[in-house]
Design a protein around this ligand. Structure first.
Ligand code: SF4
Length: 248
């Protein structure tokens, strides 16, 4: 709840700042006597007002999608698209700039993206679904070489990979281990799936969701009780539910 509140606070603050700036510049443009300066300020104020409108639409788009029931299957609205394409990426840049609320905004983005994917993606043949997992899910004391896939995992139950191996085998979907964002993108390029279920931290998942174009990606956050990138965990039931929901 607190994270959602921070997200809405940051959004409202940015929209108000843009509106104030736009109003000030518009006011200044009427007070200045030099014609070109007026024109310049007019252009800037129009640009800022347009930005403020996009931000407002995006803000309502996020509110709209967050209120929805995930199973509703309603078509995503124009506002949702504006929110995912323009509003949240802009918020993410600003939160990175000020180094505040980054993970809050990222989590909202991931949730909104997942709801959008649920409402817009029809079922996909199971062999066209790819599950991408971060290498940090593997127990750090495990000596099995699993970087190139789950085949060598002997399912000793010391980490989630054994359970995930079972799930993907039972459902006939492909799974790969990625060592980072670049490796995940390369795997997607090489395998050309129709649908991706990606497990990662807020940062990697967000950048992946923004970078992958044309292929829907459903994101699942990992948990990091041992710090970043070490012996992480994931809710394997959530992976299984996602596979069942999206596979034909
Ligand atoms: S479940 Fe697999 S990957 Fe995890 S520790 Fe055991 S053998 Fe290694």
């Amino acid at each position: 709840m607190e994270r959602n509140r921070n997200f809405y606070r940051l959004s409202a603050l940015i929209i108000i700042l843009i509106l104030i700036l736009a109003s000030l510049i518009l006011f200044g443009s009427y007070r200045l006597s030099v014609q070109y300066f007026r024109l310049f300020f007019h252009v800037i104020s129009v640009f800022l007002f347009v930005m403020a409108v996009i931000m407002l639409l995006g803000f309502f788009g996020v509110g709209n999608i967050m209120k929805r029931n995930m199973e509703s299957g309603k078509k995503s609205s124009f506002l949702t698209r504006i929110a995912l394409r323009y509003f949240i990426p802009l918020l993410l840049s600003l939160s990175s700039l000020f180094n505040r609320y980054k993970d809050d905004v990222r989590q909202i983005f991931i949730k909104a993206n997942n709801k959008f994917v649920i409402s817009s993606v029809k079922k996909v043949p199971k062999e066209k679904i790819l599950v991408i997992l971060p290498h940090c899910l593997q127990n750090s004391e495990c000596r099995q070489r699993i970087r190139s896939g789950l085949n060598e995992c002997i399912q000793c139950s010391r980490c989630n990979l054994g359970g995930i191996k079972e799930i993907v085998k039972n459902h006939g979907v492909d799974a790969e281990i990625a060592t980072g964002g670049t490796s995940a993108r390369k795997i997607i390029q090489d395998k050309k799936p129709q649908f991706v279920i990606a497990v990662a931290c807020e940062r990697d998942l967000t950048s992946g969701l923004m970078d992958v174009k044309g292929i829907p990606v459903y994101g699942i956050l990992n948990q990091r009780p041992n710090g970043p990138c070490k012996d992480t965990f994931v809710d394997i039931i959530e992976i299984e539910k996602a596979i069942e929901h999206f596979s034909l």
